[in-house]
Design a protein around this ligand. Structure first.
Ligand SMILES: CC(C)(COP(=O)(O)OP(=O)(O)OC[C@H]1O[C@@H](n2cnc3c(N)ncnc32)[C@H](O)[C@@H]1OP(=O)(O)O)[C@@H](O)C(=O)NCCC(=O)NCCS
Length: 144
């Protein structure tokens, strides 16, 4: 059983456990900041099991008209490969179907996590910017 829901308040310990399970140390270093970021997001979607256990989470930054930016989609290490990520992303794709741009940033294919993430996003129908004559630019990220 999996329950997908929008949530607006966040428990630091529970969020820490989820982010820690996927090794996102830049995030777990300041979990209060992560919880503020979640609270300030356009939408936070959670996946929970029948006992209320947090399986995964996705959040968006959006104007709800033109663009939806998916910032963070993660599934707890022990719950990966069971369709949780698909359910979260499919829900977001429908929710923001009216937006021209549905975009996200993920690690390059040449990095350790790249191939798995790319396979997942491609399976869900997403393509890279360069494949449609687009490029993404950003200031250099200070720390990883
Ligand atoms: C990437 C991630 C979100 C995928 O979520 P998940 O719940 O494990 O993926 P799902 O079980 O929903 O898989 C969905 C589809 O993608 C495919 N897929 C997932 N990982 C894959 C891989 N490593 N190689 C090939 N295909 C893969 C599955 O086969 C599945 O296909 P199907 O539904 O047609 O059978 C999850 O593994 C994760 O949180 N990883 C760590 C954090 C991270 O790196 N997040 C993304 C970076 S922004």
């Amino acid at each position: 059983m999996m329950i997908i829901a929008e949530e607006t308040s966040f428990d630091e310990a529970e969020i820490f456990e989820l982010y820690d399970s996927v090794g996102w140390t830049v995030w777990t270093r300041d979990i209060a900041k992560v919880c503020r970021a979640l609270a300030n997001s356009h939408l936070v979607l959670t996946a929970r099991d029948g006992d209320g256990r947090l399986l995964g989470l996705a959040r968006t930054v959006s104007d709800d008209e033109v663009i939806c930016y998916v910032q963070e989609l993660l599934v707890g290490r022990e719950f990966q490969g069971r369709g949780v990520g698909r359910r979260l992303l499919e829900h977001l794709k429908e929710r923001y179907a009216h937006c021209r741009y549905f975009v996200l940033t993920t690690d390059h294919e040449s990095t350790p996590d790249g191939p798995a993430n790319h396979a997942f996003y491609r399976r869900l129908g997403l393509i890279e910017h360069h494949e449609q004559g687009l490029s993404a630019f950003g200031l250099p990220v200070k720390s990883r």
